[in-house]
Design a protein around this ligand. Structure first.
Ligand code: E4P
Length: 217
């Protein structure tokens, strides 16, 4: 399973990269709006920090606008994956990008049929939003499992990129459901490593070691 971090913040990305397990980055217009600076420069800098795919989202909603942005974003850096929402013109843009060799991450996916359409159009990644479904009282993880099954049934190569994750439990459930990638808020990425019993256990080991050493004096 690949780990992406879901942020456009350079410091957070550097910190995640330093952990040594980062495979890529996803951004979106809301995350980008929290940063200062120029879109192209931020995306280029992220690509220079991380050796993996970096999603850069379009904000046009018509086919021509999306394609113009897709070509511009893809030209920023070879690691860029163009993020496109799953609307009608978005689907057409995904197909056109696929024909032009531009990789795409199809975003705002909330149903199996949207994922099926994205795969048929040649999407590189599909991003089902788990947390936002859970927020509505639906089971986001069901969507991951269903898309996994559909893609397996027909041999689609589109990667399942589980998005809108809120917890470490989500990550475990995504791994069990066979998601190819999880994109995580930086705090959730850090929490994957921690456990209170590890901390208290280490504290005890070090205290016992110290008293043993002191007893030899
Ligand atoms: C996915 O690529 C999105 O950027 C992100 O995961 C959305 O998460 P949110 O629902 O926490 O905003």
């Amino acid at each position: 399973m690949q780990f992406f971090v879901d942020t456009a913040n350079i410091d957070e990305i550097k910190e995640a990269q330093a952990m040594g397990v980062l495979d890529g980055v996803t951004t979106n217009p809301s995350l980008m709006s929290k940063e200062s600076g120029n879109f192209d420069e931020i995306i280029r800098e992220i690509c220079e920090i991380v050796d993996g795919p970096v999603s850069a989202e379009v904000v046009s909603t018509d086919f021509d606008g999306m394609m113009a942005e897709a070509r511009k974003n893809a030209a920023i850096h070879e690691q860029v994956v163009v993020k496109i929402p799953i609307i009608l013109d978005g689907l057409k843009a995904v197909k056109a990008c696929s024909n032009e060799g531009i990789r795409t991450n199809v975003t705002l996916c909330f149903s199996p049929t949207q994922a099926l359409m994205a795969a048929k159009a040649g999407a590189s990644y599909i991003s089902p939003f788990i947390g936002r479904l859970d927020d509505l009282g639906q089971d986001g993880m069901d969507l991951i499992a269903t898309i996994r099954q559909i893609y397996n049934n027909y041999g689609f190569e589109t990667q399942v990129l589980a998005a809108s994750l809120r917890s470490t439990k989500h990550v475990v459930e995504c791994a069990l459901a066979g998601a190819d990638v999880v994109t995580l808020p930086p705090d959730v990425l850090k929490k994957l490593l921690t456990h209170p019993l590890t901390d208290s256990g280490l504290e005890r080991f070090l205290a016992d070691w110290k008293s043993w050493e002191e007893g030899k004096k």
